[in-house]
Design a protein around this ligand. Structure first.
Ligand SMILES: *[C@@H]1O[C@H](CO)[C@@H](O)[C@H](O)[C@H]1NC(C)=O
Ligand SMILES: *[C@@H]1O[C@H](CO)[C@@H](O)[C@H](O)[C@H]1NC(C)=O
Ligand SMILES: *[C@@H]1O[C@H](CO)[C@@H](O)[C@H](O)[C@H]1NC(C)=O
Ligand SMILES: *[C@@H]1O[C@H](CO)[C@@H](O)[C@H](O)[C@H]1NC(C)=O
Ligand SMILES: *[C@@H]1O[C@H](CO)[C@@H](O)[C@H](O)[C@H]1NC(C)=O
Length: 947
């Protein structure tokens, strides 16, 4: 078995190098290089093809080189011991100066150690395990990237798709385990949880794998990261397909081990893998002139593997193998073939063959040359300065149909993106799901899987329910016949609404939490602890979010109001003080009323002045003000001559009447209605006075009260049905002055007994009532979202109405003196009215006056003799004249009269009378006004007669 492939190999090598060897006349020295591959594996076959092709290509380009690689290929058969013995064989019998390979990380450990001792560079383009560090293995060079690079890419994907839990499935080998610490660390950084790691031993049979898969299926996590060699991953996916784990809802992510060679996998495997996503090392597309390379490569592959199906192109490993050979050939040329060829040490009986292996004298120099040799190879920039290739980009792929499609890129600098630009910089914005092409998930689904599932095993969600001291929140009972748990209450209604809103079906069953003392919060601690102990999947009820409970469970967001408040009896107060008369009107109203009174007064004065009211003639004086005030407040319209000012006053009187009656009503109510106010509004006040305070027995509020500074002797605990009595007894008679409770409980209490009590506060913050779930439960976010939907809408109001009946107390509004005062705004319309009328009256009056003056001028010119006559006559008999002049006139604002004024030329007697009257008034005023008040009264009747 072992000899056959070796002899074939040897013949092939002789065949491939023979031609080149005699073509050069110069002496060419052979530089021996060992290759250790698992020739049974796909990667092994591809690599061997590439290595052979590389040697051929390199020396056809560099024909004048003094050295020439002599390649000695050994098959490790995927076995560490075989690989180790091959390495020793190569070192001992072939005197190799460098080793390419080994293929597997587990094989690399021993060989690298050996290489480091004997100073022989070991260059592997497949061993990606980060456990192989150059500190422990100075002669180990990684012509690939270590796995910790792709960890970040995978974790970015998990973050972008919002998965919170991930199960790792890996080969239980050096390679499989190598990635674990890095992956788990990175997942921890994004707060993703690894509930289970599934290590698949190499010895696992199909049955074992099937069993393991069923186990995974029973868990709620649906995101699997598979880090395995391609052969074993093929088996896993084929089996997973059988087990129904390649259906909708599952997420499978493969690491580069599989993704890099996905093109070369069997079709049946690819079909089973449909929907899988993975990260692979990105190779920029091969250049045009590389088509000849592909043709030659394929020809050679067929030559080596006549019985295999042909491949389109080498995988990334094939390219790296090719580039590695080029790098090594160049280094070999620089170093040359060492003269004292690794001489065997003196033989002695004591030594094993390992001890006899010589240390390579050229080793350090060769290593240096390999590390410093940078060139542009088929796989991109080939630069081993960091003892591994530089990180360029990872490509994210999705297995679809019989091939795969591109989803996006991941780069160290820019994270996830759909495309790379020339410089490898990201074109698009920051990483998010939308930055990636859409994925076709297992089961041909385009919907992004949630990443978890309620266990598919058909178990119902166990919902723990306590019996609350407040039956409105939750009450449990047992059906005497069927033993079924019956639960009712506000919390239950909310939970059932939540379940309706979940984006998936959830079957559940209630389980009553039986406890001796349901009223105590210590029993609630026990209850919540049952979730931690996995007796319940969720605990619902009036569970307060308390810090001390948070290490064991996660709370949803609260579904009630939060806060701690105080129930305090109210006392009746009537605010009687000497200034109460000013209370019914607000300050603005007082100010506004006074301003409008003054404004109206002034306008009326102006109107009357324009009109020549005899009472108001002359300069503005206190007395005139007095008269006007009395005009505007009391209806002394008789004294006003002008119809416009009467109109103004009429409107003002209306406003004044409304204002006065409102004022009276408001003042009356203030004096008679009792006002309720809490006995005290500050808990510290109560504490200083040494009052008693109560709380719900067993509640965490006790600690709060002690913190405030209450003496323990001043704190009394009660059951909910004792609250009322305790409060009505008061502190002196064995009761309490106030009760400190969570706000939802206060609402409940006040709904029952609203008369005589009120709530003060919230005095402290608290988080409210919520449901408790196991830590990191994926349900948490979904339930919290549903609760927000409920509390943000009408549903919560309906539920609260159902359980907290507030019918009795709906109209009990607190009356507050300041709130009930009449404000300026409430009279705005009226003030607008009076203001408008008053303001408009002035221009109208001025206009009238103007016409009248014109009219008079005309009259004066035409009827001068008459006027004189009338004037003389009027002096004696103006009263009669006024009586005669009567109805028709009214000087300002009367449109009808204007009509008459417009026909002054006619020898109409009315027109004459009008002129006469005006004249009279003026004369009278100049003669008598101001000389005698009594006389003025007399004159008033005259003016009336005239207007
Ligand atoms: C190389 O060797 C072959 C036989 O192996 C011979 O026919 C050929 O002439 C040789 N070429 C040179 C350049 O020596
Ligand atoms: C793996 O690669 C990363 C990125 O280049 C590097 O920072 C890290 O040191 C490497 N780890 C090992 C063990 O080589
Ligand atoms: C053989 O090994 C023993 C112990 O390691 C040592 O004492 C002895 O000298 C060795 N003999 C030779 C010939 O090297
Ligand atoms: C109900 O429970 C009681 C006590 O746990 C048990 O004896 C009885 O058989 C149960 N009845 C049913 C119908 O399960
Ligand atoms: C609750 O969810 C429904 C359905 O998604 C939505 O239409 C509604 O606006 C949400 N209500 C609130 C208050 O968020």
């Amino acid at each position: 078995m072992e000899k056959k492939p070796q002899t074939i190999l040897f013949l092939l090598l002789v065949f491939s190098f023979g031609a080149a060897q005699n073509s050069t006349a110069r002496k060419v020295e052979e530089f021996h290089v060992g290759v250790i591959l698992d020739l049974g594996s796909l990667v092994g076959k591809v690599s061997r093809t590439s290595i052979s092709l590389a040697v051929e290509d390199f020396y056809s380009v560099h024909q004048n080189y003094r050295t020439k690689l002599a390649i000695h290929i050994k098959d490790s058969m995927g076995n560490e011991v075989q690989a180790a013995s091959a390495a020793i064989d190569l070192l001992e019998n072939y005197k190799v100066q460098a080793i390419i390979g080994p293929q597997k990380s587990s094989e690399a450990t021993f060989i690298s150690k050996l290489g480091s001792i004997k100073q022989v560079p070991i260059i592997s383009f497949t061993a990606t395990s980060p456990a192989l560090t150059h500190d422990s293995f100075p002669y180990f060079v990684r012509a690939t990237l270590n796995d910790s690079v792709q960890v970040n890419g995978i974790v970015s994907l998990i973050k972008a798709y919002g998965w919170r839990e991930v199960v790792l499935v890996y080969d239980d080998t050096e390679y499989g385990r190598g990635i674990l610490p890095h992956l788990v660390n990175a997942l921890q950084q994004i707060d993703a949880h690894v509930p289970y790691r599934s290590a698949i031993p190499l010895s696992a049979t199909s049955e074992n794998i099937m069993q393991e898969l069923y186990k995974l299926m029973a868990m709620q996590t649906r995101v699997f990261i598979v880090h395995m060699s391609s052969t074993r991953a093929s088996l896993i996916f084929t089996k997973a397909k059988e087990a129904g784990m390649m259906d909708k809802g599952f997420v499978w992510i493969v690491t580069d081990g599989v993704a890099n060679i996905v093109d070369s996998l069997n079709l049946s495997v690819i079909e089973a893998m449909n929907g899988v996503i993975g990260t692979r090392f990105y190779v920029p597309r091969l250049q045009e002139h590389d088509t000849s390379f592909l043709i030659r490569w394929n020809r050679m592959y067929r030559q080596f593997n006549p019985n295999e199906l042909p491949l389109d192109k080498p995988s990334i490993f094939g390219l790296w193998a090719y580039d590695t050979v080029w790098a090594l050939s160049q280094a070999a040329e620089k170093v040359g073939v060492s003269r004292n060829k690794n001489k065997r040490l003196q033989s002695s009986k004591n030594s094993t063959s390992l001890d006899l292996l010589a240390v390579s004298t050229d080793g350090p120099e060769l290593l240096k040359e390999i590390l410093h040799n940078k060139f542009r190879g088929l796989s991109g920039n080939f630069d081993l300065t960091d003892r591994q290739l530089p990180v360029y980009a990872l490509q994210i792929i999705n297995v679809v149909g019989r091939s795969w499609k591109h989803i996006g890129f991941w780069t160290l600098k820019n994270g996830l993106s759909r495309q790379l630009n020339q410089n490898g910089l990201k074109i698009t914005g920051p990483a998010s799901m939308l930055e990636l092409n859409p994925v076709i998930w297992p089961g041909e689904s385009t919907e992004i899987p949630r990443g978890w599932e309620i266990p598919a095993s058909g178990d119902k969600l166990k919902v723990g329910v306590p019996t609350s001291a407040y039956p409105e929140f939750v009450q449990t009972s047992k059906d005497p016949v069927t033993n079924a748990t019956r639960v009712v209450g506000l919390s239950i209604d909310i939970f059932e609404e939540v379940v309706k809103r979940l984006p998936f079906a959830l079957s559940y069953e209630y389980q009553a939490f039986d406890t001796i003392d349901a009223t105590s919060s210590t029993s609630y601690n026990d209850f919540v602890h049952q979730v931690y102990l996995q007796r319940y999947d969720i605990a619902i009820g009036d569970i307060t979010i308390i810090y001390s409970r948070t290490p064991y469970v996660d709370f949803t967001i609260p579904y009630t109001e939060s806060g701690v408040g105080m129930i305090v009896p109210v006392k009746e107060t009537v605010k009687k003080n000497i200034w109460i008369f000013s209370k019914p009107l607000s300050k603005g109203m007082w100010f506004g009323s006074i301003m409008f009174t003054m404004y109206t007064t002034i306008v009326v004065w102006i109107l009357e002045h324009l009109n020549g009211n005899t009472h108001l003639h002359g300069p503005f004086s206190l007395r005139q003000l007095e008269i006007l005030m009395s005009f505007s407040i009391f209806e002394e319209k008789e004294k006003l001559k002008c119809i416009l000012s009467r109109l103004v006053l009429l409107v003002w009187m209306f406003v004044f009447l409304v204002l006065a009656s409102s004022y009276t009503a408001s003042l009356a109510s203030m004096l008679t209605v009792q006002q309720l106010s809490p006995m005290f509004t500050d808990i510290r006040e109560l504490q200083k006075q040494g009052g008693y305070v109560g709380f719900h027995r067993g509640s965490y509020i006790e600690g709060l009260l002690v913190d405030i500074g209450f003496d323990r002797s001043k704190i009394r605990s009660y059951a909910p049905d004792e609250f009322r009595i305790a409060l009505s007894n008061g502190g002196e008679h064995g009761g309490v002055a106030a009760l400190v409770l969570d706000v939802p409980y206060i609402k409940l209490f006040l709904a029952k007994y609203c008369r005589g009590y009120t709530m003060v506060g919230p005095i402290y913050k608290s988080a409210g009532f919520a449901f408790a779930l196991p830590k990191r439960s994926p349900l948490l976010a979904e339930i919290s979202r549903a609760i927000i939907n409920i509390t943000g809408g009408d549903t919560i109001i309906q539920i609260e109405k159902k359980w907290i009946d507030q019918n009795d107390c709906q109209n009990e509004e607190k009356i507050d003196g300041s709130d009930s005062a009449i404000t300026f705004d409430s009279f705005g319309g009226l003030f607008l009215l009076t203001g408008f009328v008053t303001t408009c009256s002035i221009p109208v009056a001025l206009l009238m006056n103007h016409y009248k003056k014109d009219q008079q001028k005309v009259l004066t010119k035409q009827d001068e003799p008459n006027n004189q006559r009338y004037a003389q006559k009027g002096e004696n008999s103006h009263i009669q004249d006024g009586n005669e002049g009567n109805e028709e006139n009214g000087d300002c604002g009367d449109i009808d009269n204007q009509g008459r004024i417009l026909v002054p030329h006619s020898p109409n007697r009315n027109g004459d009378l009008l002129g006469d009257c005006t004249q009279n008034n003026r004369v009278t005023a100049t003669t008598h006004f101001g000389s005698d008040f009594i006389h003025m009264e007399g004159e008033a009747s005259m003016s009336q007669s005239c207007s």
